[in-house]
Write a protein that binds this ligand. Sequence first.
Ligand SMILES: [Fe+2]
Length: 387
Amino acid sequence: MVYNHHTVKHFIHGAGSIKQAADVVKNLGGKKAFIVTDPGLAKVGVQKPLEDALTAGGVEWELFAKAELEPSMDSIQACADAAKAFGADVIIGIGGGSPLDTTKAAAVLMTNEGPIEKYFGMNLVPNACMPIMLIPTTAGTGSEFTNISVLADTKNGGKKGVVSDFMYADVVLLDAELTIGLPPRVTAMTGVDAFVHAMESFCGIAATPFTDALDLAAMKLVAGNIRQAYANGKNLKAREGMLYGSALAGMGFGQTQNGIIHAIGTTLPVECHIPHGLAMSFVGAFCVGFNYIANPEKYAIVADILRGCDRSATMSVLERAADVEAAFRALLADLDIKTGLANYGVKREDLPACADRAFAAKRLLNNNPRAASRDQILALLEANFEK
Ligand SMILES: [Fe+2]
């Protein structure tokens, strides 16, 4: 098997690094920066330190605060049109996964003819994008380190991805001070999502020694800091651990893929409006219990990381691996995240359709260490409906 490992070529990290934003723009040859975020973040001024840094450094900027939670194709076009009208030469995404995905897709349309749906699929973008800078303000999606933008296909339904190596950011800036204001509940949900990215990549079929190194470091950072970041959002050391852990997970799973947790968690009924990280949390709890027998060596390591200690001297591999579900549930309990699908508005009669959709998510299931039939998925959903 031959693997390719592509990633972001330049990233800046450190508390207060946002102050370097103007220099970054200038080094990219830019004079006019187009800032993309979402309305909720703009309202609380998450992007303000970026605006201040650009102004102080003499870089002209304009704010586009209309990134959608599930970016539609029209919203990408609107973003690109506004950036063109401004005369932007660098595009900066700041926020969670949605603004960052909007930025990457809009950057495609700055140098390639639209509409964006022409580029749904793998490496169909012909020309390099406008220079992209990405600044995550949640520690969860890892979108800043991936080459994919997930959009809502408003014409055909469902979600589609534009995947292109041209969409790797030219620069990623990781400043944990920007994540201090993230509410505890969001910190918990997005943080578990980051852990799940690293875990599904680490235990998955496409894992390599290179992704293992990234995913291991990611899991240790997230598991070692998530409780502290949840308990006290002002803990900068914990915030930094979470931000770097999420970024490392993005570097890892961006090369491999997620697995059954994302296959099931992303196909729960849309009308339940379950946030992505929340779905990954309670679905993750029962999926690790299903998966561990397929790769006990790896799940033994995951369980030890979740428990915060290496138990290899006193327990067998299988004993440690078998503890992974309880260890995962213990983390959720500390984060006040309930398990059981019924707690989130899912109805019993929804389960067969959920199983159908999850089973159709081959891109994800093909990386899962344990083969899963549609009936096994349905049985898992039923067994964990109230648990
Ligand atoms: Fe995720």
